[in-house]
Design a protein around this ligand. Structure first.
Ligand code: ADP
Ligand code: MG
Length: 246
């Protein structure tokens, strides 16, 4: 398996003026290969969001390097795109325009961008809602737009920061299942996924590997391969029964 992302001895300390310095991440080593769906777990405040932002190049580490395809990144990481917990959509733009935003720096004609965005909108189950504004959509649909905006870039690595935590239980479950199906059927244009989550169950259901961060010191305390062959089927069955009752 080829390595897409290499995180070497990454540390992060936030230096707020007048406040105590806080070391959020300490000497994190992590290597992500093609084909992996990795869940990052850890207590609140352990630095999970910070780590994702450093991987994306949105936050600079205090020391250490993040390499994409063997090259240390400077600034934004060209190999990733991100899905945010709170969707981060532009309320004054339609679904289509929000998704097209993911293509703003691509060397494509307007028509090509539109076609690509429409394909992705269809893939994520929002066919017919191209002209809708975020306020007209449910939380689950808004997060589908967030996912579409990230996927339209066809990133090698999709980063997701607690993507389901703002959704109600059933909506979250629906979106998890749809995303997992797309991933397992190799329908989404991405080679690997890194998902930050609070939920051990969510990690076990979706990912093939779980990386656990601790607090004080903020290091990797476990890196586990998840192999529970019948788990997904059992869970799908249980979910279908639950939905039938509602
Ligand atoms: P997690 O996502 O695991 O909950 P975060 O990465 O959001 O953790 O935050 C880790 C710690 O770093 C927390 O104590 C938080 O208060 C602190 N922190 C996060 N962002 C900043 C920032 N921009 N400035 C100062 N401290 C921050
Ligand atoms: Mg967080």
């Amino acid at each position: 398996m080829s390595v897409l992302l290499e995180i070497q001895r990454v540390s992060k300390r936030y230096d707020a003026p007048g406040e105590q310095k806080v070391t959020v991440l300490q000497d994190i080593d992590l290597s992500i290969s093609e084909g992996e769906f990795v869940a990052i777990l850890g207590p609140s405040g352990s630095g999970k969001s910070t780590l994702l932002r450093i991987i994306a190049g949105l936050v600079k580490s205090t020391s250490g390097t993040v390499s994409y395809l063997g090259r240390p990144i400077e600034g934004a990481n060209p190999g990733v795109s991100m899905v945010f917990q709170s969707f981060a959509l532009f309320p004054w733009l339609t679904v289509l325009q929000n998704v097209e935003l993911g293509l703003r720096y691509k060397d494509m004609t307007a028509a090509e961008k539109r076609n690509k965005a429409l394909q992705v909108i269809d893939m994520i189950g929002l066919d017919g809602f191209e002209g809708a504004y975020p306020r007209e959509l449910s939380g689950g649909m808004r997060q589908r737009v967030g996912l579409g905006r990230a996927l339209v870039m066809e990133p090698d690595i999709l980063l997701m920061d607690e993507p389901f935590s703002a959704l109600d239980v059933l909506t979250a479950e629906n979106l998890r299942r749809d995303l997992l199906e797309l991933w397992l059927d190799k329908k989404i244009p991405t080679k690997s996924i890194i998902m930050v989550t609070h939920g051990i169950e969510e990690a076990v259901y979706m990912a093939d590997r779980a990386v656990v961060l601790s607090r004080d010191p903020a290091t990797v305390i476990a890196d586990i391969r998840i192999t529970l062959p019948h788990w997904r089927e059992r869970k799908d069955e249980a979910f279908t029964k639950l939905v039938d009752r509602i």
